[in-house]
Design a protein around this ligand. Structure first.
Ligand SMILES: [Zn+2]
Ligand SMILES: [Zn+2]
Length: 559
């Protein structure tokens, strides 16, 4: 590939910069009017109490959708939802071939099959450490360690320089599942010369190192050996090394393992497809496990984050059909609290404690979990190996990215640039700088429908959930005379003995009635005028009564 004078190499995050989640990174090469693009990762993030009912949040691909024909490929670094979760949702708008290693490809195929897209999408399986070319981009995967099988960094060689896109990583000398971080490959790439390193910032505020899975295995093994009664453990299903650790610890302590939760079973199948979880005893089903003596069984459960529909929440609620925990049993949380999940996790743990279940968490039993992301000492080592010209922190909130940029500067990296989603960073030629700002935002998956961030449905739902709803209905004849009503009904509005809700409804109806009387004969024949008057009146009265602005729904019937 030859380069022309107009060629530029750009990095453009459309998700994952200024947030942890929803990773969606683009690299562009060519003159500004004719760039070729590759996508690295296409993930989701999850809603919170500000997005009631929203199942998933996707990055808005509008900018790159307009250049869809110039997307040469979508490379998926690993199978975490924040890296692959949006593929099935957004592929129809991008339509580029997918590239992934076998474990990730297994899970991608499953998602695409569920979405009915499998026959349309081309997935090329790349072996670990494999290389492939997409137009001006020559890519080589680099094996790293993380908290899921097959985490890959990507070396992206272009005529204007080489990028090391780390994806998610840590340095685990003994990851137990898969190979250790390929230090030699990173050093060799560093010797060759790395223009820019686009790197994970998640744990930039944590000193030291994340710690090794091998240590977790030892700790959990010892802990489970001390437990009597039934043991339930919770971890992320995708953390196959942890799953393996817990299974071995159970077997070493003469307990059979029962997987509880759909994603736990799905992940065990994905793991087996690439030769992991070898030599473990067959799992017992949750219905069988009930017949085992308590101290001969260990339940490996989904739901470490307090997810309402996951196995552990159902067990805590006493609504799981087969698994019951109570006095003398134990629950081990081999996981961290993802920020934002504090409340549901606390609720879950309180319910378990109330049943007499003893809880073991990372906080009171250090060593039963380690993070999958690099802490400061690991970041320092990575910079020493890679020696990039430009540091581009991603996979972090604003404060993480800025701290990471400062750390890179301290480590003598000549330039550091912390982008926001939508910032187009020119990496070469010349000094790295933000040369453009393109639209970037979020899409919500709401009851299975992809909706814009500022769509009406969520806005109304949020408004109603904080302020309540008032519905007014009235029936008028053709000339505007009242046939019945007005009637007002409330949803989510408070009342008490001093001023019962029924009385408030009557008062509102009466005000509406009076207001109608002020309308001219012409206006009373006009539905819109009637609706506007009723709505205005009730809103005003509601504010006087409750100091709130409920959603007001008006129905005018003509009889
Ligand atoms: Zn990850
Ligand atoms: Zn991630």
């Amino acid at each position: 590939m030859t380069k022309s004078k107009l060629d530029e190499l750009v990095f453009l995050p459309l998700g994952g910069s200024n947030e942890i989640g929803m990773n969606f990174n683009l690299y562009g090469f060519g003159p500004p009017h004719d760039r070729k693009w590759i996508v690295v990762d296409l993930g989701v993030t999850f809603g919170d109490q500000t997005t009631p009912g929203v199942e998933l949040i996707l990055p808005d691909p509008t900018f790159i959708e307009e250049h869809a024909k110039d997307i040469l490929g979508i490379v998926l670094t690993h199978a975490h939802e924040d890296h692959i979760g949006a593929v099935a949702w957004l592929w129809p708008r991008l339509k580029a071939p997918l590239y992934a290693t076998p474990f990730t490809a297994f899970l991608l195929r499953e998602k695409l099959r569920e979405a009915g897209l499998l026959s349309e999408v081309s997935i090329t399986e790349i072996p670990l450490s494999g290389s492939f070319s997409l137009g001006p981009f020559d890519l080589t995967l680099i094996t790293l360690t993380h908290s899921i099988p097959e985490p890959n960094g990507v070396a992206i060689r272009t005529p204007l320089g080489t990028i090391l896109h780390t994806g998610d990583w840590k340095i685990d000398p003994d990851p137990l599942t898969g190979d250790a971080t390929d230090e030699a490959a990173i050093r060799a790439l560093g010797d060759e010369g790395i223009l820019a390193m686009v790197c994970d910032s998640t744990n930039v505020f944590v000193d030291g190192e994340a710690g090794s899975e091998a240590d977790v295995r030892e700790t959990l093994n010892a802990l489970i050996g001390t437990l009597k009664g039934k043991v339930a453990t919770a971890c992320f299903a995708s953390n196959v090394a942890r799953m393996d650790t817990i299974i071995r610890a159970a077997e070493a302590n003469d307990r059979r393992v029962c997987l509880v939760g759909r994603s736990m079973i799905r992940m065990s199948q994905a793991a087996r497809s690439v030769g992991l979880l070898e030599g473990v005893k067959p799992f017992v089903s949750d219905s069988e496990a009930g017949y085992f003596p308590g101290d001969k069984v260990l339940y490996l459960c989904t739901g470490s984050q307090g997810e309402a529909r996951a196995a552990l929440s159902r067990i805590a609620d006493g609504t799981h059909p087969h698994v019951k925990l109570g006095q003398g049993d134990a629950c081990v949380f081999s996981s961290r609290i993802i920020p934002g999940n504090e409340v549901p996790i606390r609720n879950l743990q309180n319910k378990l404690a109330d049943r007499g279940v003893r809880l073991y968490t990372e906080r009171d039993h250090p060593g039963i979990h380690v993070s999958g992301h690099p802490c400061r000492d690991e970041l320092k080592r990575m910079y020493q190996w890679a020696r990039p010209e430009i540091a581009v922190p991603t996979h972090g909130e604003r404060r993480h990215l800025l701290e990471h940029a400062a750390l890179a500067k301290d480590l003598q990296v000549p330039q550091a640039i912390a982008p926001r989603n939508g910032d187009m960073v020119r990496l070469a030629p010349g000094r790295a700088e933000i040369i453009d700002e393109v639209p970037a935002g979020r899409l919500y998956v709401d009851a299975g429908v992809v909706t814009p961030e500022n769509g009406d449905a969520l806005r109304e739902r949020r408004h109603a959930s904080f302020n309540g709803v008032l519905a007014i209905s009235i029936a008028l004849d053709g000339r505007g005379r009242i046939a019945s009503g007005p009637q007002v009904r409330a949803l989510g509005m408070p009342g008490d003995d001093d001023y019962p809700l029924s009385e408030a409804m009557d008062d509102l109806a009466e005000e509406a009635h009076r207001a109608l009387g002020k309308l001219s004969a012409d206006d009373r024949e006009d539905d819109h005028a009637v609706e506007a008057m009723l709505s205005r009146t009730v809103k005003k009265a509601a504010f006087r009564i409750w100091k709130r602005r409920p959603v007001v729904e008006t129905t005018v019937l003509r009889v």
